[in-house]
Design a protein around this ligand. Sequence first.
Ligand SMILES: [Fe+2]
Length: 282
Amino acid sequence: MTNNNLYQFHGSEYRHLKNIPRKLLYKEFLNTGFILFRDFEDIESDLISFTDEFTLRYAKDTNRRETRLGNENIKNVDIGNKEIKLHSEASFAPSWPEILWFFCKKPSEKDGNTTFCDAVKLWNSLEKDTKVFFLGNPIKYVLSLPIDIKKKSKGKKKWFLEEIGASDVSLNWETSSLEMNLLRFGVTECRFTNKLSFSNHLLVDLESEPQILSRTLANNQKIPQDIMEEISEKSSKLTFTSNWKKGDLAMLDNKRFLHGRESFKEGSERDIVLVQTLKAKI
Ligand SMILES: [Fe+2]
């Protein structure tokens, strides 16, 4: 990775994940919010037993993603080869994961790196007026979240969802989806560091996120253009790329680090899988 603030554990020192001193691992994760594990042996077969150590509950991912490596908690990353701009995974949804685990089975030959950005640094870099704007103005996401409904019925039904910021929640039997408006601030407090972080879904193109039908301020107005330009410019200055090596595992605080993807050549065999810890044990 091309960022010297990240902490790396190396297989040449520890060989297997189980040999890493847990106290050190926890300390570095809490400090940096991002750990790269490189050149370990058998990381693929150890993956879920390792993530289990840090996980109280896994996220039930959208059913658009295929299950991988024989475990329902390991999924493909988003399909396609287009660029995906920076976002915090599912930051618009009631189930917002706390830790993401990216495992690189095969990097693409060229391009197709995962991009990352420390959203604590991004928040700290914003103009004071921009901070005032986001501290006082929640974002309204209009959502249609696919869900597994066993029993089929017809039409829409009002639904009770105990989620702060949720309104107009309904279950749509026709489309097997949960629909709602969700108010959520663009800035949040990190779960592990208590620092403020600009973790949200404001930069990503809505075409890459079909669950978001619209994204505005609470009063249905757009975010002012100059503010969008500032966050776009400052986030790209802070963005670094994964430079994946086969067998790499990245562990990141999803409420602190944004991620995205560079585009890559169609037909490339890039193979990266994702595990999402909804509630962490740390
Ligand atoms: Fe993502």
